[in-house]
Design a protein around this ligand. Structure first.
Ligand SMILES: [Zn+2]
Length: 594
């Protein structure tokens, strides 16, 4: 047993983490690279997604650091100017290092000896000891400040630079200058123009990758606008948001740049769909990108062009703590109960983009430990799971052959990317019946219809009834921005009433809709959560399935489950509205049949 530190004991005592998490974290801690080991706090935040403030607030308290709370929105201009002046007195490299570690030299308090107040999200970081070495400030005090607050402050006072976008601006200025001097044309001008244009597009493209990752975009869409412009969109919290329009650029030129820089793509192929891959180190993290290029013909553009979508795969966004998914209490308890069994199928259903793989990842992370063999079969492998063996389906390795070899590979837990036909359905059932915990997904709108779907694929009712532990149907919904949401307006009352919200609730002022948007959000929404229908297989549910005749009676199953406390997708949504988390419009959109 590895010895727990005083800090570790305090974390347990305050119930910030449980014993199990602590043990896992200590194993990782003992295994850290000795040249740059991470501390317990870092491991808990990075690998277990424990709230940063919960950990570091406590650490600050333990070591008696003063802590400060700053309202960044109302920050005084003089303060901003003051901090900027302080930052000027630091060498560029050291300043970068401080900012990267979310440490901000903030203000000077004047006294007998002037003291520099340094805000830090981790006040124990040893880098602060170098402040007197690298600056004129010989006396300093480190003060704890919440990470989110520091991020806002840094964004305001010393925003991160995107050097590619700086280059882009330079190149554009150069082109403008050249345009002005066009009359004194010389022979090389065209070639030069071409050269600058290419480097401009490279900067734009590379810059867009960095911005997308920093803004937390899941996808980048590159689409032509008219004949000689190209639009870049970012998908953030599920909605496409316009990021940039590049004028005077042919769509062909930008696709040439993208194709040049993606692995596995043929630059001269323009007639078929292509998939490529890229990776970049952005802000010290390896980020992977999946590039999809498809040829499109459209009368709107009067010609053919290529549509490009780039998926960002940032492992930092993987939720490894199941409780962080935000499921409602009964669903979460049933889910935990289902995955703590040694066998059975855990099925997550919903349309594309409903967060199915996020849920599966978190569930796998919840149960994974070195004593169990976890195998996954996916096409393609989306996220790398520490401690799992992951098989990628490819040309030579088909889904069926992969699954057959899985059975011989002695797994305890298996994740099959998707149940798509009778073969995969039967394999999932077989795995479950031979003592494996089996995770998979299915495309259906709700939980009871997943049973029908598998029945129609040809799986016997008694196999379905006894192999499955739980079916979770889910959707992602956007959360209202708590900074600018407002009580629901009168014209939206009828929709709310129809949904089941009472007149009393509407007049109470506790039902909200999106505001006009503010600095802290995207058009009135910020972040996402789920709504879900968690159909736990109780003896009564199993009995109803076995006793089905020609068809699975979905309504009967729903009735029994709701009688046992299951929330339907709509009821789950209503609960989100009543707690002020989201709007009527968002739930209507999420629960409409697709
Ligand atoms: Zn807002």
């Amino acid at each position: 047993m590895i010895r727990k530190s005083r800090f570790g004991q305090l974390l347990l005592k305050k119930e910030i983490i449980d014993q199990k998490t602590m043990e896992k974290a200590l194993i990782i801690l003992a295994d850290e690279d000795p040249s740059s080991p991470r501390g317990l706090g870092e491991i808990l935040v990075d690998d277990f997604k424990i709230n940063h403030h919960a950990i570091y607030g406590l650490l600050a308290e333990l070591y008696a650091f003063r802590s400060i709370d700053i309202n960044v929105t109302d920050l005084d201009n003089n303060q901003v100017k003051h901090t900027k002046e302080i930052l000027l007195k630091f060498p560029e490299e050291f300043k970068k290092e401080l900012i990267y570690k979310k440490i901000l030299p903030y203000q000077v308090t004047y006294g007998r000896r002037n003291t520099l107040i340094v805000l830090a999200a981790d006040p124990t970081d040893k880098i602060t000891e170098r402040i007197p070495v690298y600056s004129e400030y010989k006396k300093y005090e480190v003060v704890y400040c919440k990470l989110e607050t520091l991020e806002e402050l840094i964004e305001l006072i010393a925003p991160q630079k995107n050097e590619f976008l700086d280059l882009l601006q330079e190149a554009e200025e150069q082109i403008e200058e050249m345009d002005e001097s066009k009359s004194e044309a010389d022979v090389d001008e065209y070639a030069l123009d071409e050269e600058i244009n290419k480097s401009l597009l490279v900067s734009l493209f590379e810059g867009s990758l960095i911005e997308a990752v920093r803004k937390g975009a899941s996808d980048i869409h590159i689409i032509p606008f008219r004949r000689s412009s190209v639009d870049f969109y970012f998908r953030i919290d599920g909605k496409l948001i316009h990021w940039h329009r590049q004028e005077r650029t042919s769509p062909e030129a930008i696709s040439a740049v993208v194709k040049d820089r993606a692995v596995g793509v043929d630059r001269f192929e323009r007639d078929t769909a292509q998939d490529g891959f890229m990776q970049r180190v952005i802000d010290d993290h390896l980020i992977r990108f999946r590039v999809s290029i498809i040829p499109i013909t459209s009368s709107e553009y009067e010609r053919r062009f290529e549509s490009i979508v780039i998926r960002t795969i940032d492992d930092r966004n993987v939720i490894t703590n199941l409780r962080k998914l935000g499921f409602q209490t009964k669903a979460e308890n049933d889910f935990l109960k289902s995955i703590s069994k040694s066998k059975g199928i855990i099925l997550v259903t919903g349309p594309t983009g409903s967060g199915k793989s996020t849920t599966l990842m978190a569930a796998l992370y919840h149960i994974i430990n070195p004593a169990i063999n976890v195998l996954t079969v996916e096409d393609p492998v989306e996220y790398h799971i520490k401690g799992a063996r992951q098989l990628k389906i490819g040309n030579r390795f088909t889904f069926d052959s992969a699954i057959r070899s899985i059975l011989r590979h002695d797994p305890d837990v298996v994740m099959v990317g998707e149940i798509r036909d009778k073969i995969t359905a039967e394999i999932a059932i077989k795995l479950a019946n031979t003592g494996h915990l089996t995770f998979s997904t299915l495309h259906t709108n709700d939980a009871p219809s997943a049973i029908s779907r598998m029945y129609k694929m040809g799986v016997e009712t008694f196999l379905l009834a006894y192999a499955i532990n739980i079916i979770i149907a889910q959707r992602l919904i956007r959360k209202l921005c708590s900074n600018c949401k407002k009580p629901i307006s009168k014209e939206r009352w009828p929709a709310a009433l129809e949904m089941g919200i009472t007149e009393e609730e509407l007049t109470s002022g506790k039902i909200f809709e999106a505001g006009d948007g503010c600095k802290k959000c995207n058009g009135g929404y910020k972040g996402r959560t789920n709504i879900c229908e968690a159909l736990y297989f109780t003896p009564e549910i199993r009995k109803a399935i076995v006793e089905s005749g020609e068809e699975i009676d979905e309504d009967e199953i729903r009735k029994i489950a709701e009688g046992q406390g299951m929330l339907s997708l709509m009821d789950s949504g209503l609960d989100r509205i009543r707690t002020g988390m989201t709007s009527v419009a968002e739930i209507t959109y999420a629960t409409s049949e697709d």
